[in-house]
Design a binder for this molecule. Sequence first.
Ligand SMILES: [Zn+2]
Length: 310
Amino acid sequence: MMDDRQGVDIYIEPGLPKRGLNWTMRSTIVACAILVLLIGTADAEQCPPGALGVSRTLVVDPHEHPRVGSMQYPETLPLNDHEVVLTFDDGPVPRYTNPVLETLASECVKATFFMVGQMARAYPAMVRRVYDEGHTVANHTQNHPIRKMSAAQAAREIEEGFASLREAIGDPQAVSPFFRIPGLLRQKSVEEYLAAHGDMTWSADFVADDWTRINGSEVARRAISRIEARGKGILLLHDIHARIVPALPEILNELKSRGYKIVHVVPAAADRPKTETSAEQWVAHPTPEQHTGPSQTRPRRQGLSRRHGQ
Ligand SMILES: [Zn+2]
């Protein structure tokens, strides 16, 4: 988050005489200090020159739209053409989440992190860092089961996952009511449980196969080709594999050069009204096949379901 302590330091700069300053000198010093403080604050809020940045924040109400992601659902986020939402699953793990956060910060973009409760318990400081840097903290179960869950198991995994995240941050309001089912193994009973509890189930609009044995450049190439085929949407990535570290800067650079914008998604709250949208904007239209090249096969849903997130 913003750090304006640099500006404050001017008051205790060593070498300044502590006595014998006349009023004008004192005023000048105070004025300079205020100026430095203001400039410092502005710098801290500014993105690096040429950064991609967040073009807008989308505030959503899970009660109105409980399931999103065209890979599995008839609705997806109401994005405009050339808008992308970044999501990261399965972390946090310091080795990869830290460099991911640094890359996101270098481009001044915000993402949604679907975290595993066990990981949050192992690395609570990482959860706080993600939150403190302005990203959306979301739930991906407590233990990341790789098979379909019974209704009772799902309820336990969901609630324990939320509890672990809330405990790591220390503020129940800090955790969004966003949830992604491990392996995208959707089930009606789980989706109904989530909707009944005001939680929003997130699928995705495209994946980049970053859990398979491909290198970072190939992850980036697949991400970009699928984004281009659809023109907008939710990108699913993972921050538990080494290949995300070289892949992410490539993805962001490519998005920037192709004129894409990054949208940050947050839940509606009492003091944060939802973004006004029309029902039509939520309709998930299929990817136009004519834009998909022969070498860019679309992810197969069943194969994806089994292997995603391993
Ligand atoms: Zn996962």
